[in-house]
Design a protein around this ligand. Structure first.
Ligand SMILES: [Zn+2]
Length: 257
């Protein structure tokens, strides 16, 4: 069973290592079984400059034309080489600055090759082929180190006329709500005072009723007392009455005489 890897060189999860790095093979052969697959500048290279592109090269005394080798110097002084792309798929030129995710070339079968793939090399020192090391740690499973785009603060567009009106009305509404709350607080105070006054009125009324009862009782007692007194003085009153009647009778008798 073949093992598949993610690599930012392909931006794919289904890349196979068809030939590992060794002392005889100082690079990594990578393929996903699709011819002329785009190859991108890897994440861990951070930033680079294309400093040389060879048109061809010689292997075992044989010169291979139309077999470009692309040389890129990395920001930190390391470097990389890309081999087997067809010339038509080379997307960079000498002197060009490149960033991760930018296409460099494609897989291919140019030069000393026996099937579509990319031969990728990592140089510890960008211009020294003797400093070639195993590229695996730099380009296999290198997704998490993808540079993140800078986080820009969200831009708030200025409010439209309609939104301004809504904001103004919200201000008015909140002002009214505050006034309403104030009025309700005042109403509570007034109700408390009214309750107090009502209690005091009830107390006064009760007191009046109680006084009224007392007054009636005293009034009755007085009437009874007067009646008793009158009863006691009954004879005197009758004598006075007869005296008056007598006076009137004598007066009328005088007139008739
Ligand atoms: Zn190779």
């Amino acid at each position: 069973m073949a093992t598949y890897y993610y690599t930012s060189l392909f931006k794919k999860e289904d890349v196979r290592i068809t030939s590992k790095f060794s002392t005889e093979h100082k690079g990594l052969d990578l393929s996903r079984g699709v011819v002329e697959t785009p190859i991108y500048f890897p994440n861990k290279a951070v930033e680079g400059t294309v400093w040389k592109i060879l048109k061809g090269y010689t292997v075992n005394g044989k010169y291979y034309d139309n077999a470009p080798i692309i040389y890129i110097k990395h920001k930190d002084g390391s470097g990389s080489r890309y081999i087997h792309s067809y010339p038509k798929n080379v997307k960079v030129t000498v002197g060009m600055k490149v960033k991760p995710g930018q296409q460099i070339c494609c897989t291919g079968n140019s030069g000393y090759s026996f099937g579509d793939h990319i031969h990728f090399e990592w140089l510890k020192k960008w211009d020294d082929l003797n400093s070639r090391i195993d590229p695996t740690p730099f380009v296999i499973n290198d997704k998490v180190l993808a540079p993140k785009p800078p986080v820009e603060p969200p831009v708030t567009p200025p409010p439209t006329e309609c939104e301004k009106e809504v904001i103004r009305l919200n201000g008015v509404i909140s002002g009214l709500n505050k006034s309403l709350a104030d009025s309700q607080a005042q109403l509570k105070v007034v109700q408390a005072v009214a309750n107090e006054n009502m209690q005091s009125l009830i107390d006064t009324t009760n007191k009046y009723d109680s006084l009224r009862v007392d007054f009636n009782r005293v009034e009755n007692e007085r009437s009874e007392a007067i009646a008793k007194v009158n009863a006691g003085l009954g004879g005197v009153s009758a004598k006075d009455m007869f005296a008056e009647l007598w006076r009137r009778l004598t007066r009328s008798l005088d007139r008739e005489a």
